[in-house]
Write a protein that binds this ligand. Structure first.
Ligand SMILES: Cc1cn([C@H]2C[C@H](O)[C@@H](COP(=O)(O)OP(=O)(O)O[C@H]3O[C@H](C)C(=O)[C@H](O)[C@H]3O)O2)c(=O)[nH]c1=O
Length: 163
């Protein structure tokens, strides 16, 4: 499995917009397995924030579906499966606030650069968070050019080891 864009349904009328980003049946038909949501959470980021590269280890490794309710991002995933021929391979996507979601398999670390203030990302995850298994990779150690000079990162994210 590799990260991929999922195009979902969007309806608009004279009142505004309706978007359904996740439907269990549609997702299972697209990806080939049932996604059982165990957690849903969101973050709001200022422009030039980079969050990541994060993953959960061991039994906490999780598949994710992410989408935006405001703003836009450069979304980045890196293969962290050391047994994979694609170890270290990076997949990147431009994601806006629209009818697109991104599926991120559990053998990938995930991060993003917020391209606008008030960028709100929603996460659906199929394994519950365990802080003891929460880990990461230094964002600028992967084979990817973030194309930004002074991004805003947490102290924790700046202390991760290189891939
Ligand atoms: C992810 C998570 C965090 N937390 C706590 C831990 C910290 O005290 C606080 C903020 O966590 P963190 O700084 O890791 O938040 P983000 O940097 O937005 O992390 C996310 O950003 C990248 C891009 C992702 O893909 C992950 O889903 C997730 O790691 O919430 C929880 O209590 N539960 C959780 O599931």
């Amino acid at each position: 499995m590799v990260p991929r864009i999922i195009n979902t349904k969007q309806f608009s009328d004279n009142r505004g917009l309706f978007i359904k980003h996740f439907n269990a049946t549609n997702f299972a038909e697209l990806i080939g397995f049932e996604f059982h949501i165990k957690e849903c959470f969101y973050s709001v980021s200022k422009k030039n924030v980079i969050r990541g590269m994060h993953f959960q280890k061991n039994e906490s490794a999780c598949n994710k579906i992410i989408f935006l309710t405001s703003g836009s991002v450069l979304d980045v995933c890196v293969n962290i499966d050391k047994l994979s021929v694609d170890y270290g391979r990076v997949y990147d996507f431009r994601l806006k606030c629209n009818n697109q979601a991104i599926f991120i398999p559990k053998n990938f670390a995930h991060g993003f650069l917020a391209l606008e203030d008030n960028t709100s990302m929603i996460y659906l995850q199929d394994v519950e968070y365990n802080k003891d298994n929460d880990s990461g990779i230094l964002y600028n150690s992967i084979n990817f050019n973030w194309n930004i000079v002074n991004p805003i990162l947490s102290e924790r994210d700046l202390l991760f080891n290189s891939i």
